[in-house]
Design a protein around this ligand. Sequence first.
Ligand SMILES: [Zn+2]
Length: 421
Amino acid sequence: MTISGRLLVWAGLLLAVAVVPSVHAQTVAVVNARIVAGPEAEPISRGALLIRDGRIAAFGDADSVPVPQGMTVLDAGGGTLVAGFWNSHVHLIAPPLDHAAGHADDVLSAALTSAYLRWGFTTVFDIASAPGNAFGLRARIATGTVRGPAILTVDEPFFPKDGVPGYVPDTLGGWSLKQAEVATAAEASARARRQLAQGADGLKIFAGSMVGGEIGVLPMDLDIARAVAVAAHDARKPLFAHPSNTEGMEVAMAAGVDVFAHTTPNIAPWPEAVVRRLVEADIALVPTLALIEVEVRKEGAPAAALERMRENASGQLRAFSAAGGDVLFGTDAGYADVYDTRDELRLMHEAGLDWRQLLASLTSTPAARFGQRARKGRIAEGMDADLVILARDPALGVEAFADVRYTLIGGRVVYAAGPGE
Ligand SMILES: [Zn+2]
């Protein structure tokens, strides 16, 4: 990030501090809402929803859900109420979140608000950051001192030996990425098990690492990738992989990974047989389509290259989704200095996903994939009151998923849009 970019982010954070939620109670009635309970649900055009003790107590047509006296009322203003969103690909590596221990609660709350809560994210999956950083930050969110989304994390990633990608610096906020390289399966297995014991919710390998130069993409040794996969699966946790190219995809598939963290824009759309193998192996995909433009611009590559990479990635997502693969919404926020979700929504829509499929990628699919189907990802009685109120109906334009009026976590309003937003 440039200095001016940093200043802009900080200015944004200061603005975000001003948006102090006015509703703190966990006993809340959301009224005047259009409720879309899940991706397949029939919308309730004039609905109400009651929250007690942080969970959804009742919801339905306003006439059938009377608001008990004394309940705090949140008027949705006719907006669309959906389950809280998941961003299944972020990194806590940009200041001040890269060094959470060194920052005050309000600074972290402001950063998490502008990066995630403001876009409706109630859960994020950090898929690589400095060792221990995410654990400390989420502990402060859990106790309520910092306002932010629920954080799942893979903690430190696994790079092949001499395989730190060329597009990241050698150190990030004092974390030397070189230390995340693994030379043997035994070394990888030991660290994987240590991280899981410390509380990691999954693991991440660079099955193909874009080191650049003459090598280009460096594949991870299959025995190392397998060792990390076995550790993850022994703990019943998902393994993410950065595939990068055909060879990286083959390593990832042979190792048994669960989630591709990106499409592979550098290679042509996946042949039908490859798509079938991915779906049969129950591998989920985070497309990160908007990231391509960010990267291409950074490298100053010609417009034709951007167009080709876009077509590759878009074709991959289109075929994967049509074949019934699990698509997870994710933006690489934190690595990419882009938090606005509109471009990603638009590009995924152009790749063939309708608003219901996008809602699934933001809610029910990640909740199910990451073991939280019983608590999150849908509006249903007894589920966590992680909710988003959108100003517009996403059926009329998918960018409405970025037009967030309120974000609630466990029944608390953690973000409320200001008058000009
Ligand atoms: Zn990433």
